[in-house]
Design a protein around this ligand. Structure first.
Ligand code: 13P
Ligand code: SF4
Length: 322
């Protein structure tokens, strides 16, 4: 049988004591806990705000907390720090990096830019502060289309680091774009062949997919959207069964908001069944608690780099739909 696993409800009773301690620490420290949809269910449960990359960047920008605790991957916490130099930003595990962001080193990207003089550089938020500093506008999968449509048609565009998101949006907006050839191993792994088998086995289900998936998968999807857009679609759709081609952490929130519906993970290559972002799962509830107690790991960003990276992040927030 191909890898199609239904989501299950979660028993939080083993975590009650840690939930209480984290809640007390939040008050004591005036801390705001942010968690991405791909983190473990118990980490999402302990968070004040759970969201996709754009929602979390916005939440990091506007809050009255003294401390931000970011359960996500490094570039997300780094973005929170860039937006909030005066706040302490903590991460449960500072080694939780994003391989997509790491696939785009600044020196190589600088050379790539030099090959396209005059091009505007639009960069996915899944990138390092150095890459953001080399970019004109940052974007997320939620706002990339809205941002690209604001760029004059004659303007050449460089897009990085995700080639699948770049190719998807270039096709959708009918724009030529020079694409950096990075990819997210979680989304790139979904297999067209096994996806089609899953669709045949579940004819009453709709395939929904994140634009970090390959085009061969996206072209079969009933709906393509960011993690948040996929979640909203499952809530508003009259369909009751979904094959979900994105990171399985979102199944927890999908199931919570639509308990009567059935959610199945889309299949990847059977000999390479990854499908899970191991970096996101490095944020355990224990590490979340310990980072609050110890006030570390703390995210520190060099001030000159922070100011340079802030420009492209601010442009993103200004150009995003409200
Ligand atoms: P979004 O949160 O924008 O959907 O991005 C998905 C992702 O891969 C985050 O690392
Ligand atoms: Fe990076 Fe992919 Fe994990 Fe997102 S899901 S953090 S893009 S490796």
């Amino acid at each position: 049988m191909i890898r199609v696993a239904a989501s299950t409800s979660v028993d939080f009773s083993p975590y009650e004591e840690l939930f209480k301690r984290i809640s007390a620490l939040k008050k004591e420290m005036n801390a705001l806990v942010l968690a991405h949809y791909y983190t473990l269910p118990e980490v999402q449960q302990a968070a004040d705000i759970v969201g996709d990359s754009l929602a979390l960047a916005r939440a990091a920008e506007k809050n009255d907390a003294d401390v931000i605790v970011f359960a996500g991957v490094y570039f997300m916490a780094e973005t929170a720090k860039i937006l909030n130099p005066a706040k302490q930003v903590l991460m449960p595990d500072a080694f939780a990096g994003c391989p997509l962001a790491d696939s785009c080193p600044a020196d190589e990207f600088r050379r790539f830019k030099a090959q396209h003089p005059g091009a505007i550089v639009i960069t996915y938020i899944n990138s390092t502060a150095e890459i953001k500093a080399l970019s004109d506008i940052t974007c997320t999968s939620s706002n990339v289309e809205h941002i690209i449509r604001q760029i004059p048609p004659e303007q050449q565009i460089i897009f990085g680091p995700d080639r699948n998101l770049g190719a998807y949006i270039a096709k959708k907006c009918n724009r030529e774009m020079a694409l950096w050839q990075g990819y997210c191993y979680v989304h790139d792994d979904f297999s067209e062949e096994y996806m089609l088998i899953a669709c045949v086995e579940h004819p009453d289900a709709e395939l929904i997919a994140h634009p970090e998936c390959r085009d061969e998968v996206l072209r079969h999807a009933h709906f393509v959207g960011s993690t948040r857009a996929l979640l909203d679609y499952t809530v508003s759709s009259s369909v009751n069964k979904f094959i979900v081609a994105t990171e399985p952490g979102i199944l927890y929130e999908m199931q919570r908001l639509s308990p009567q519906k059935i959610f199945m993970m889309a299949p990847g290559e059977p000999d390479n069944p990854r499908g899970v972002c191991t970096q996101m799962k490095q944020n355990t509830l224990e590490k979340l608690y310990e980072c609050m107690v110890n006030r570390k790991p703390e995210i520190i960003v060099d001030e000159q780099l922070r100011c340079a990276a802030l420009v492209s992040i601010r442009r993103m927030l200004e150009m995003s739909p409200v």
